[in-house]
Write a protein that binds this ligand. Structure first.
Ligand SMILES: C[S@@+](CC[C@H](N)C(=O)[O-])C[C@H]1O[C@@H](n2cnc3c(N)ncnc32)[C@H](O)[C@@H]1O
Length: 263
């Protein structure tokens, strides 16, 4: 009997599940050097406020006065894992907000990580961050080793979302928190039409002008439309084992911040 091949969305196209990652990788290879600039241009700087909300929720411990020598030896730094961390934006923000935090950035794309490493060196943060080339679906990291796991604008690109959620859960310590920032569903009357117009007309044109790749940014807007609604994504997090799952929509639903705990 012929086996039915599993398919998934790549933007508005249906593609075999095992082909999606290579298509996603092409997108980010193509835009890596202009990725940060495009984020500012596309969102009018709003992505900074969305990321700040994520960092506030991570709530890394603030720098404390230097402890006594013995206490210092046993003190364990707050450990952050940022999945699909690309050029390092979330890790930089968490490190700058908290004292003594250590960050691990995992991304599947070497070009995005190369930009991240150069930015970390420029900010003097390279000692506090480890950049790891790896797949969020199969993390090369030990069980129960992080206080917080974040993923910003990344989960939508991962072919097997349930596998990535399972891995995030596996590497979290008991009592650790998972936070996912992702584009979501705009359902404010009036704003939805405006947002659609902006997404399908302005963003690909901007992408063409800045990165010479309109297709990459067409994929961005299409993939947003295919991503599960916030309540459905919350259900996927519960299925992965997360407790006390909640979400908050921001900017009329343009993005949603999901939270869940390993208890
Ligand atoms: C839109 S960027 C987000 C980058 C960063 N988190 C930020 O907020 O600026 C999406 C990132 O997901 C990464 N990515 C896609 N599939 C992945 C996978 N399976 N595992 C790890 N990273 C992946 C891409 O390489 C890309 O760097």
């Amino acid at each position: 009997m012929p086996r039915t091949r599993e398919h998934t969305d790549f933007g508005f196209r249906r593609v075999p599940l095992e082909h999606k990652q290579a298509l996603v990788d092409d997108v980010f290879h193509s835009v890596a050097s202009r990725y940060d600039l495009m984020n500012d241009l596309m969102s009018g700087g709003l992505h900074r406020a969305w990321k700040d909300a994520l960092v506030t929720a991570v709530n890394p411990p603030r720098a404390r006065p230097a402890p006594a020598q013995e206490a210092k030896a046993s003190a364990r730094p707050f450990a952050l894992l940022d999945l699909a961390g690309g050029t390092g934006d979330i890790a930089f923000r968490v490190l700058e907000a908290g004292g003594g935090t250590r960050a691990t950035v995992v991304d599947i794309n070497a070009d995005m990580l190369a930009v991240g490493r150069a930015r970390a060196a420029g900010r003097g943060l390279d000692d506090a961050i480890t950049f790891v080339e790896g797949n969020a679906e199969a993390l090369p990291l030990p069980d129960r080793s992080y206080d917080a796991v974040t993923i910003a604008f990344g989960i939508r690109n991962v072919p097997r979302i349930a596998a990535a959620l399972g891995e995030a859960y596996r590497v979290l310590r008991i009592g650790g928190r998972f936070l996912c920032l992702e584009f979501s569903t705009v359902d404010v009357p009036g704003l939805d039409a405006l947002y659609d117009f902006y997404s399908f007309n302005v963003i690909p044109a901007l992408g063409r002008a800045v990165t010479e790749d309109a297709e990459a940014y067409r994929y961005l807007v299409e993939s947003i439309r295919r991503f599960p609604r916030p309540d459905a994504f919350a259900e996927m997090m519960r299925a992965a084992g997360f407790a006390r799952v909640s979400f908050q929509r921001m900017s009329g639903g343009i993005v949603a911040l999901h939270s869940g705990w390993r208890l």
